[in-house]
Design a protein around this ligand. Structure first.
Ligand code: FAD
Length: 379
């Protein structure tokens, strides 16, 4: 199969969809090509479709900016962080105004690293609530989606002219004036990850082969709130704001000395958990109604009188999910002097193409997807 468009977007998650929509609305013909389904990828499995925005009294873009820079240990790209802090609220509003996705604001609990409550979530389960609506919109405005197609490389002569892939055992060639890589993180490379299988870092390899500068690839983020005994489930962070504690084998609350206790940023918490060896969950001070709202499965178990250990396995949680569960690194155009042109057009929270990357040393809860729907990135 051969086809062409002004803009080719590789990937089917939020970053890809938003980039494609922006290009189409600027008048370009656009093809999305994705290994999985358009509206799938890591963006589709997020619980509640969580984003960040400024809506709390006293909060401001400046405060969000400072939180992100502090959380990222100051090595974030301050320019990208500034844009995100200033633009996220408009973009989250756009989810409802443009795409018809209803969102709700968490008014009480500030999630780890945030000084104010900023969590906005789409009702009803996972990130699919957001991505499927975006996909619907994309198709309505005339974007072509080619699915189940694995892009293996870019077509390059003097410049990037599109991409080549495999669909149903046949080669596919897609020619385009501009090519955007929005292929997500690298979770699929890990034995244990909460990323879908189609998110496996190939876009990063492709970018690298064509001269992109890969930055901070060592920054892999792990999800620390994974219960493994007596049941294997992800706990919601909020439960730790409602009285849940983490204890070590000696029964000590090892996060006691930290200002935000178990609500510290994930990099800090994971490291402390790792040092303990064994980590247990203490629900003694959690109100059963809160527990039920946060984790009905666990609440059901406790209601039945479960008295055994509630174990969070640090070693295991270290292995789960490299994508905020996230890879906070990216491709950069620092080698613009060496490589020019459309191969610089990398997109998504994982692709910090413009200068450096916005996450720095710690990706904040609920900011990656706000990043992904950012119009600045799409442009
Ligand atoms: C369980 C979970 C919960 C999360 N919760 C949150 C949260 O609450 N808040 C938050 O901000 N972030 C969260 N994240 C992180 C967030 O999901 C990601 O940062 C975001 O979805 C990345 O979006 P993306 O569009 O860049 O990539 P993705 O959504 O991962 O999309 C990548 C796309 O690229 C395609 N692709 C990959 N390789 C190829 C190839 N070779 N050829 C063709 N297509 C290819 C895939 O099929 C996929 O469609 C969570 C992640 C997970 C896994």
């Amino acid at each position: 199969m051969k086809c062409d468009a002004d803009v080719l977007v590789i990937g089917g998650g939020q970053a890809a969809l938003r980039s494609a929509i922006e290009a189409r609305e600027l008048g370009a013909s656009v093809i999305i090509v994705t290994k999985g389904k358009a509206g799938g990828g890591g963006s589709s499995v997020i619980s509640d479709g969580v984003h960040s925005a400024i809506f709390s009294q006293g909060d401001s873009p400046e405060s969000f900016y400072e939180d992100m820079m502090r959380g990222g240990k100051g090595i974030n790209d301050s320019c990208l962080v500034r844009i995100l802090a200033e633009e996220c609220t408009v973009r989250v509003k756009e989810l409802s105004e443009k795409f018809g996705i209803e969102t709700y604001n968490e008014k009480v609990v500030a999630t780890p690293g945030h000084s104010y409550p900023r969590r906005c979530y789409a009702d009803n389960g996972t990130g699919k609530t957001v991505t499927l609506k975006m996909r619907e919109y994309a198709e309505q405005i005339g974007i072509t989606c080619i699915e189940n197609t694995w892009i293996v490389d870019l077509i390059r002569n003097d410049r990037i002219e599109g991409a080549i892939g495999i669909h149903d055992h046949d080669w596919v060639q897609i020619f385009a004036g501009s090519t955007i890589l929005a292929t997500g993180g690298i979770g699929g490379l890990y034995e244990q990850s909460d990323n879908p299988i189609d998110v496996s870092g190939e876009g990063i390899g492709i970018a690298w082969r064509h001269g992109a500068f890969l930055q901070d690839m060592e920054f892999i983020q792990f999800y620390p709130y994974r219960l493994i005994e007596p049941i294997n489930i992800d706990l919601f962070t909020k439960i730790f704001a409602k009285g849940a504690k983490m204890l070590n084998a000696a029964g000590e609350r090892f996060m006691e000395a930290f200002p935000r206790k178990e609500m510290e940023t994930r990099d800090v918490l994971c490291y402390e958990m790792y040092k303990q060896g064994l980590v247990y969950l203490d629900l003694g001070e959690v109100n059963p109604t809160e527990l039920n709202a946060s984790s009905p499965k666990l609440a059901g178990l406790m209601k039945k009188g479960y008295k055994g250990p509630l174990r969070i396995e640090p070693e295991r949680s270290r292995q789960i999910d490299p994508d905020e569960n996230l890879v906070r690194s990216g491709s950069s155009d620092r080698r613009n002097d060496q490589v020019q042109g459309p191969e610089r057009q990398l997109s998504g929270p994982e692709r910090r193409h413009q200068v450096r990357h916005g996450h720095g040393a710690s990706a904040f809860y609920a900011r990656s997807v706000s990043d992904g729907v950012g119009k600045y990135r799409a442009r």
